[in-house]
Write a protein of this length. Structure first.
Lengths: 355, 355, 355, 355
């Protein structure tokens, strides 16, 4: 199978190549990048030099796009670019996985948040939000995947279990606090002073404290779960989301605080915990664990989740951990590709993490 | 003036010596430590070799304690030890600043949390919680200071402004979420596998997720503010506290989420923000800033606080930053000493932070 | 195939399991450890939970050792332990790969350096130093492998090309400076104060400055190359080796400085560079590159080497980079196993590195 | 006293302000910067807000320069800029300390290395290389100081003791290997991809392996020591210098390897060690210690040096440690100012380092 990656010089593009290096159906990989046009794939990451499947970087322009006839095409382009390309590729029968935000939200919501006019509204209905743990069946038949945002997926997987008809009235759904911390690769390769090593080292920097673009993505997706779980709409749902930049390169830990309505919530917590165990029992890439720490998931496609109860405040604390470049981006994208192509969902994603 | 430090081989003891190195009234400093007995002060931190005021380490036993006749004595001992020593020192007229938890809480609360029988209950009434921004006048006349816990002070300074009669009924005081992240020096020098560099590097580790000892300290102190601000008791106050270990050596960032009761809370937020600006206007070591980041306070005695409002969730987000070893421990202790000794409160604490 | 790992709770044991997780001939893996006896393999590294091949930890005592009937056994035991076990295993026909220093040096040299009486001198002749780039054919037929030390292999691969009859008289072979820097995982899981995160963070610590045990290992191995390259003995060879501990968890960069005898050495340098390119041309895991940086090899089994010339001092600077836990330990060990078992040498070792 | 800092928005300018914050003769500090013109000094480093002495940033143009009438002016400008400004300032009687390379080398050497035409050759004779441990008396009377490069000073202080008539013939002076490792603040605030946090994290990157501009600075300075120590010229001196970028923000560790000519060099080593102890005995900011580690000097103006001997290779290993922003730049500059102004040499520089 041939795979194209548009915008392959950024961190998610490079991570895709690393994962595809060991994907048995990825016979040929064509990276596209204006920055690296004409250069070998290993300028992006040297160890790629050991894999024959990677072709040299193609330039990324109208002509190269029109010539693409791969089986699958990943779009690692800035917001606003995928919407211009996706249609052409889909018409050719190419399966498209968009890593940007272009197809993650209803067009009107997208436009108000990203301040970009959406020019491919017609494709919105085809696009499936690429979270297999929620939309697996839809993904299998999709031609266009909106691959989730990294913060978003870490919160969504942590919150999925609570978005059920039976718990809807047991929690204060407008007071869900989501405090997320991410490594710097999540910010991409922008050469800004604030992302210099000397600025980040030993530092911890909350940002977009009152509003981050992934908050509407989280809320929108969680409301859509209702279609699948016989939940009536979850309109009261409001997420209090605060992101912070960590002085490490990879990984997201997300703390989720949910207050219970019943005076003594432990019974409700137990029921909720049981539900989480049930819904994730057969999920290969999501694990309910006693204690979460970032290094357990780094360099893997795993999302690990711990469930905790604090009787003092009648509160559930759910903590989720992912590698922002794997389950939070490129690993997730390959998992989606596997589903779309009817491969084993785990193909290429069996990495065991480390120190 | 002569100063003794009991338990001076740990991180807070060493930090005390560093600060006292440049304190103009610290003429002689006597460090006590079983580990370093007989050795030069600079085994603890080499740059101390350049300061004549530091004597060699004394052993720390019954006899050496009885011989102490310094003007001030800092206790950097494990919980349960200060209560055995403090009385003898106070009787001699020595001003005592205890860095442990022994005198921070009512004896019954202390015993239930720390699982240690309190043997100096008689001293409890004398002990003043060493937060000058709340108890300055009491500290000036105190003979025994309970120096605050590092997480506790970061949360208390961030929450102080909300603990006022006029705001009491405007917030959901039982749903205050405090998400705090600390560098590893806060865990001390314990040689545990979990604190090894290889384990911590690139890692992020939430711990004591449902209960941490500093939570009752925060609540207890905030309730006591009422004495000073004409607030009736704040019994409904409940803190949802979650600590996380960061892969850096110093610093604490604390995110505080407070939900407002009024439908449109922006007016309340503005009033609260105004109040914060007022109460901290004349505080040298607390600054209200637009944006908080850890490196702005590292190696200083500053606490920086940002105040933010999220209309979507009708929520105030207060973020505070301190250096856990300075404002969170030894700097705070010296600030307390300055007040007790009638020195300029800032003496020795005018460090300007850095990269 | 069944594989046993003795002492599997340390960093090299855990890394072995991670690599074997994706090794197609590793059908069953039995970890042994006193610390973790009875526990699941995933206590060592959580992502192992997703692989059925790992059995629970066995206790490590005389009885368990005697019961081992695996095809291959890795010994991740402290120095002095492998020599007690290896014989029994070899007699059973088990292929043994020892990660300790027990079989790396002639017994007399070993005893003088490690201060341990060697009790398996009879096995010395069978043991092959596990560097495939030098001893590949011997390894294929070996029953006992002495897996190289991490610093040693980084220096040996960097120096191999110079150890040739034709260059012997062109360099000052007694003035070869090897300055190596390693991440902390190389020091293992010892719970010592000096290895605590707070001590290592932001720190850089040269240690064993005048003598490190890997220096004789480097010299001894390089002298043995002569057997293979028709070089007369290289007795004048003396390595000036200085190690430094880095505040990161993984990786070794080794700077090698070699002074040339000819007044204008550029021709000699070119000849030497050509030789390096030749000897490593067909080596999958060694790459000659223009510029070396650590992150290009992290989490891979690669050794990257750059060759540089400084006309001012008539000096060659060779810089090699490895991941100390992969090519410097467990990846190397699996490469050796692949050769011993007649598998593709690259099986399980096709990791592509990352950010 | 009034002090101006030209180019105060970079790391050395900011560090200067931090140090001057606590300098008792720095009554007023005027920062100049095109980037920050008009803004408060605390935009550069927030804790400066607590010090009244700092004026707002002035723009940096011809007019502002002409208006400067401070007592001292620090030039933190790029190479090639100081030479345009220094003359005007000196004519006004302002003491000038240049942090750039403009006055560190003979004009012809400077031009060939920096590829910049030197336009102030007339000032060369007045300029004194700002290393008090070598040129203290000259500095006291100087009007223009060439403040040393960070790598250069770390090597020079480590090598000073060897540059004596009596040792000249005892060492291989053309085979001195200097392997230096520096934190990223040494590279300044350039917004280049290679300096992004995600690129540097966990990485180690040797650069300018065959030639770095500080090498001629080291050699030139060491040769000049002869004027002071009755050494005949040291023409044979050649430094083999290799720098590496560390994934930390501050600090330089420099390993220096010197081969001895005598067969058994231990006596020579002892004599050399004695000499080092003698020449640095009364130096407040240089300490001979048993073991060097970076954290002992971070945030201080200290240079710590260890002296080691390896009988196997008949080699001395000297290791020096400095904080590149303090003794390697701004602390050194203030030390020079203190000497020029006849202040206590230590004023403002009595920082005690830390974790």
């Amino acid at each position: 199978m041939e795979i194209s990656i548009i915008g392959a010089s950024g961190y998610t593009g490079i991570e895709l190549m690393r994962i595809l290096a060991n994907h048995k159906y990825a016979d040929a990989v064509k990276p596209y990048s204006r920055t690296y046009a004409g250069k070998k794939a290993c300028v992006a990451s040297k160890s790629l030099a050991r894999f024959d499947k990677f072709q040299n970087f193609y330039d990324f322009d109208e002509k190269t796009i029109n010539n693409i006839d791969s089986d699958v095409c990943f779009l690692c382009t800035p917001n606003g670019e995928a919407m211009k390309i996706a249609g052409v590729l889909i018409e050719k029968g190419i399966k498209v996985i968009d890593m940007s935000a272009d197809f993650r939200l209803p067009a009107d919501v997208y436009e108000s948040i990203y301040k970009i006019k959406h020019t491919a509204v017609n494709l919105m209905d085809e696009a499936v939000y690429g979270c297999p743990e929620i939309f697996r069946e839809k993904i299998k038949n999709a031609g266009l995947i909106a691959n989730p945002g990294c913060y978003a997926i870490s919160a969504i997987l942590g919150l999925k279990g609570i978005c059920s008809e039976k718990f809807k009235n047991k929690i204060f759904s407008d007071k869900i606090v989501v405090d997320a911390h991410s490594g710097t690769s999540g910010a991409g390769k922008k050469t800004e002073e604030g992302l210099l090593h000397s600025e980040i080292y030993s530092n911890l920097k909350p940002y977009n404290v009152s509003f981050h673009r992934h908050r509407p993505e989280i809320e929108n997706t969680l409301r859509n779960i209702s279609d699948f779980e016989n939940t009536s709409d979850f309109d009261g749902l409001k997420i209090s989301f605060t992101p912070t930049l960590l002085p490490i390169s990879r990984g997201i830990i997300t703390d989720i605080h949910i207050f219970l309505k019943e005076n003594s919530g432990v019974a409700d917590f137990n029921e909720i915990a049981e539900h989480y165990n049930k819904i994730y029992k057969d999920e290969f890439f999501v694990r309910i664990v006693d204690e979460v720490q970032l290094k357990d998931v780094l360099h893997t496609n795993l999302c690990e989740i711990s469930l905790n109860f604090d009787a003092h405040t009648n509160r559930i604390i759910i903590i989720s951990a992912i590698d922002n470049l794997v389950k939070g981006a490129s690993g997730q994208a390959v998992q989606n590709m596997n589903l779309m192509c009817n491969f084993d969902e785990r193909e290429g994603l069996m990495m065991a993490g480390g120190v």
